[in-house]
Design a protein around this ligand. Structure first.
Ligand SMILES: [Cu+2]
Length: 410
């Protein structure tokens, strides 16, 4: 850990200390991650992890200027979940929708998000997002169904954290030289490793008020189990689509997914609740230790009611990929298909203006295989083009004319 003004700092009792100072130092400008006491390099947007949250109203046009200040790495920024229907060149996928931004270069991303909801942005080059290059991208609806004051809306970005995910170590990631399982999970860039009491994310809320939490999985490959033990999560939206409110105890979240939930704080006690995240592992989604921790501090508010809900020791788990959770009698699986879409006032935007209707039917077979160690679909392997096919289709040199279902085309 390093603070620009303070040099090397260390974590103790949820505070940061610098050997130079006589007391705790302000934590706001220091990326402490899980408090592990080794300084490492990160890649960030504007020097913070997560990068700055971006808020915009739907149908507003936004321009984000990305200056690549890296010494020798290219970068692009992908706006995860934004459909980019009219602006495909703004999608930020390196080598596909654009040439990457080279060191010293800038790129203006200008686009107009059509749909409200919780989205996020991240680098779309290599593993840069695991090194910190990500942030929240929130599209506010002009007409909210049940408006929640902006001050009562919080963002929860969760990610796995591995001490070896260094810029250099990640280059070797494919060699699997070390264990890639996470050491900790960060909530908004903060967490704790074992008994190091590093500063962690704390949300202050008032009893009796409504709050919206935008849960975003910004990690890259782990499946996470999120809960606030003792409180129900009332899920109202996923991946930018409003759903009929569904009350659950836990949420399984896969990389890049978003779940927006409200907490009805009428039944909360005035105390600090833990926010816990654990890693699920295959094949039966075995639950690991709670290695992600945050606090929800419920303070005195207008209401003193204590709504008690029946606790039958059964937990409703949203986004469960099974019908019955393996080996867990106290988990009720709520598959994401149980969520019912709200009649969407913006449905007109989805109409056939852009997509032609057709009666044509087609049946496609996709054969996945690994001939000569290369993963392939119908005999085709993926190879990076040398120019972006979207912008320079005639300059691509990965012609597939010779491909057949029988031949591996390299
Ligand atoms: Cu993404």
């Amino acid at each position: 850990m390093n603070g620009k003004e303070f040099g090397q700092v260390y974590a103790k009792e949820r505070q940061l200390f610098s050997p130079k100072e006589n007391g705790p130092v302000p934590i706001d400008n220091i990326i402490s991650a899980d408090g592990w006491n080794l300084t490492r390099n990160l890649l960030t947007a504007n020097g913070t992890m997560p990068g700055p949250s971006i808020f915009i109203y739907q149908n507003q046009t936004i321009t984000v200027i990305v200056n690549n200040l890296l010494i020798n790495e290219a970068v692009t920024i992908h706006w995860h979940g934004i459909d980019q229907l009219k602006h495909p060149a703004m999608d930020g996928v390196a080598f596909v929708s654009q040439c990457p931004i080279m060191p010293g270069q800038s790129f203006n991303y200008t686009f107009q998000p059509r749909f409200g909801g919780s989205y996020w942005y991240h680098s779309h080059v290599g593993n840069q997002r695991d090194m910190g290059l990500y942030g929240a991208f929130i599209v506010l609806r002009k007409k909210e169904r049940l408006p929640i004051p902006f001050m009562n809306q919080h963002i929860l970005q969760i990610q796995e954290w591995n001490h070896q995910y260094d810029t250099m170590a990640l280059l070797d990631l494919n060699d699997k030289l070390y264990d890639t399982s996470p050491h900790s999970i960060l909530i908004n860039g903060r967490g704790q490793f074992k008994d190091i009491l590093a500063p962690i994310e704390t949300f202050n809320v008032r009893k009796g008020s409504r709050y919206l939490f935008r849960l975003i999985a910004v990690g890259s490959h782990r499946t996470l189990l999120f809960s606030i033990p003792g409180l129900k999560l009332n899920v109202v939206e996923t991946d930018g689509f409003e759903v009929v409110a569904n009350e659950v105890d836990k949420i399984i979240i896969f990389p890049a997914e978003r779940y927006d939930f409200e907490i009805d704080l009428d039944y909360a006690e005035e105390r600090i609740y833990n926010i816990t995240v654990s890693v699920l592992s295959s094949p039966n989604l075995t639950i690991g230790d709670n290695i992600g921790l945050g606090f929800l501090n419920v303070q005195k508010g207008d209401s003193s009611a204590l709504k008690v809900y029946t606790n039958d020791n059964k937990f409703r788990v949203l986004n469960c990929p099974f019908q019955i959770y393996p080996q867990r009698k106290n988990f009720i699986c709520v598959p994401v298909t149980d969520l019912k879409s709200l009649e969407n006032i913006e449905d007109d935007d989805f109409n056939v203006k852009y997509v032609k209707e057709t009666n044509e039917k087609a049946l496609h077979f996709l054969n996945f295989g690994f001939p000569s160690g290369n993963s392939s679909i119908n005999g085709r392997i993926f190879r990076w083009p040398t120019v972006a096919p979207l912008t320079q289709p005639f300059e691509t040199d990965t012609d597939c004319n010779g491909c057949t279902d029988e031949n591996l085309y390299m």
